[in-house]
Design a protein around this ligand. Structure first.
Ligand SMILES: [Zn+2]
Length: 359
């Protein structure tokens, strides 16, 4: 029996939506020119294989997809790897306030372009609005795209410097709860995409924390993980128990590996999220990015033997944050074959359908 697949987590933002200091070593600017990208690829191919080649290689692919010219082109590239009627949750990014320099294109234009894509593919494209409450008029922007342009949910990216329980988000949570609009929140630690402004600015941002944040001897990546800690959502769930929230990446590969090697660590985000999925009826997770490593498939399959978790885990890929072009197709197919139709249907059809349902 066939069914419509939902990929509950992809990105189509363009290179113009990325701040100039987003990647290290001035890579964004270097790779912006075709000449720069080609020279750089050549340079990578001749490098010592025991270096950071993989990471740099990924940057090159990332920039190449981001340069495709339009969100439509990026979307169609992703959609080509899936059956024709597959539906995609598209998560835009407002990176203007992360302290990584100027973003060439205004965020509003990114959303306008996404709204046009929604008109071209009304069923297949399910756009969310990323809200960073440091943007003036963030509320008006959210309501406009939800009410006038059929955007279908709220996207959060806390490592950029926002706590999920930030009171500026509360009117939007309230609106989402009333209208059954879902929330997808990026949730992985030690993310390279995090607040990059000055230490004193970061200190100001951390003052809003409800729990003490230890900064001594910690890297910026580690400190910024405190913004996005899954336990922060306990406050939100208590205040908005009917609000549907999904933790993207299910704690990340870092914590899946930690669980497999040292299962005793109580502050393992994978364990915390697993517990919250059972505690809160409207709390969900997706397997995007994390599951691009097939060595985690078996643990996922075991998790899906739990009746409660079986209702809460959603399929997503995190296109185009994941490596090579062939991986996207392989990912969907390999995972589907590994899990079997019954389980795959659950995470790629039934659960996202329930999560995304607004009526
Ligand atoms: Zn993502």
């Amino acid at each position: 029996m066939s069914y419509i697949i939902y990929n509950a987590h992809i990105h189509t933002f363009k290179q113009d939506d990325i701040p100039v200091k987003f990647l290290p070593l001035g890579l964004v600017r270097l790779l912006a020119s075709n000449f720069g990208a080609n020279v750089f690829t050549h340079f990578l191919n001749n490098m010592n294989p025991f270096s950071e080649k993989d990471l740099l290689d990924r940057y090159v692919k990332f920039i190449k997809t981001g340069k495709l010219g339009s969100q439509q082109a990026i979307f169609e590239k992703c959609a080509g790897y899936y059956p024709d009627d597959t539906r995609f949750v598209i998560l835009p990014m407002d990176m203007a306030f992360m302290g990584a320099g100027n973003v060439p294109r205004n965020y509003r234009e990114q959303l306008d372009e996404l709204a046009v894509l929604k008109e071209i593919y009304p069923k297949r494209v399910i756009p969310f609005v990323h809200v960073d409450p440091r943007r003036p008029n963030y509320e008006d922007i959210f309501y406009h795209f939800v009410e006038e342009k059929q955007f279908r949910g709220l996207k959060l990216y806390p490592p950029l410097g926002i706590f999920p329980y930030d009171e500026r988000l509360y009117p939007i949570y309230d609106y989402c709860q009333r209208h059954k609009l879902p929330v997808i929140a990026h949730c992985s630690p030690y993310n390279p995409v995090h607040f990059r402004g000055s230490n004193s600015e970061l200190e100001q941002l951390l003052k809003k924390s409800k729990t003490p944040v230890i900064t001594k001897d910690k890297s910026r990546k580690e400190i910024c993980a405190s913004f996005t800690h899954p336990s922060n959502y306990e406050y939100v769930m208590r205040d908005f128990p009917e609000l549907k929230i999904s933790m993207a990446h299910f704690g990340s590969a870092h914590y899946w590996t930690e669980y497999l090697e040292r299962p005793g660590n109580k502050d393992n985000w994978f364990l915390i999220i697993r517990e919250m999925l059972k505690t809160w009826p409207n709390f969900y997770t997706d397997i995007s990015f994390t599951m691009s490593d097939p060595s985690y498939f078996s643990l996922l399959k075991v998790l899906l033997t739990d009746d409660q978790l079986l209702e809460k885990i959603m399929f997503g890929s995190d296109f185009y944050m994941v490596e090579t072009e062939s991986d996207e197709r392989r990912f969907g197919l390999d995972l589907r074959a590994y899990l079997g139709e019954e389980l795959f249907r659950k995470i790629a059809h039934k659960n996202p359908k329930v999560f995304l349902k607004t009526k």
